[in-house]
Design a protein around this ligand. Structure first.
Ligand SMILES: NC(=O)c1ccc[n+]([C@@H]2O[C@H](COP(=O)([O-])OP(=O)(O)OC[C@H]3O[C@@H](n4cnc5c(N)ncnc54)[C@H](OP(=O)(O)O)[C@@H]3O)[C@@H](O)[C@H]2O)c1
Length: 235
């Protein structure tokens, strides 16, 4: 039985992970995104598929103070076993056209939003049992990987997330909290279409979600502070 908080659960990889997590009726899955309608749709889909209600939509914008999230979580939630920081934002334009706002929004969601989630939930992580924080990174932010002109801010933000993962694993070393990062390769989602409009990814969201779901639930037994590339190809 695990209490799981998943950001970016309204579509793409997050939606697919949510549906796979929900298959186990003992899990309680709290789904975060800005679109309440999309979150409700995912929760309804999970119910239709499994005939139990264990997916709970929480409307929260990661670029806002974490107190807004804390107010929306049930008081009975005292232990978060798995926090999956999956929500992401991507701008695709040449470096010269990246505005100050583009840089800020990218880092707000992909880095500061993750910090907000972790700080906001810190008193519920590793409290009763060992917890796992899984940050969803990107091959774009993996040192030495192929880089793309339009994805400068995105890749830099994911590199920051990878480094944050390594640092936080050290910060939490005595607190029963493991922190890992999966640096994903291409997966067929809305975000991929923004980054590489004509490219067909080798994996669907459902296929990648199988590995992400398994790793989120079990990875902390084997890894801590690791940034792991999960990629079949480069676009
Ligand atoms: N697809 C790929 O090829 C690929 C490759 C490498 C890494 N990744 C990473 O995998 C993760 C999921 O990607 P995806 O392709 O599934 O993306 P996606 O289809 O664009 O979905 C992004 C998710 O993030 C949520 N989100 C965005 N901004 C938010 C905010 N301010 N507050 C709360 N939620 C927010 C969105 O929900 P709302 O819009 O409703 O808020 C949505 O659920 C991301 O971290 C991405 O960087 C993806």
């Amino acid at each position: 039985m695990k209490n799981i908080i998943l950001t970016g659960g309204s579509r793409g990889i997050g939606e697919a992970v949510a549906l796979q997590l929900a298959a186990n009726p003992t899990h309680q899955v709290y789904l975060i995104a800005r679109s309440g309608e999309a979150l409700q749709r995912v929760a309804a889909q999970a119910y239709q598929r499994y005939q139990h209600r264990n997916v709970f939509p929480i409307i929260y914008d990661l670029t806002t103070p974490a107190v807004g999230l804390q107010e929306k979580l049930p008081e009975s939630l005292t232990q978060v076993d798995v926090l999956i920081n999956n929500a992401g934002f991507l701008v695709n334009k040449p470096f010269e056209q990246h505005s100050e706002e583009d840089w800020q929004k990218t880092f707000e969601v992909n880095v500061f939003g993750v910090v907000r989630m972790i700080k906001g939930l810190q008193d519920k992580l590793g409290k009763e049992r060992r917890s796992h924080i899984l940050n969803v990174g990107s091959m774009g932010g993996f040192q030495g990987s192929t880089k793309f002109e339009g994805l400068v801010a995105y890749s830099a933000s994911k590199a920051a997330l990878a480094n944050l993962t390594e640092s936080l694993a050290q910060v939490f070393v005595d607190k029963h909290i493991a922190v890992n990062c999966l640096a994903l390769g291409a997966v067929q989602t809305d975000m991929l279409k923004t980054a590489f409009p004509t490219y067909q990814a080798p994996l669907s969201a459902e296929e990648m979600a199988k590995f992400v779901t398994y790793f989120a639930l079990e990875g902390h037994q084997f890894f801590n502070g690791k940034v792991i590339p999960v990629a079949l190809s480069t676009p």
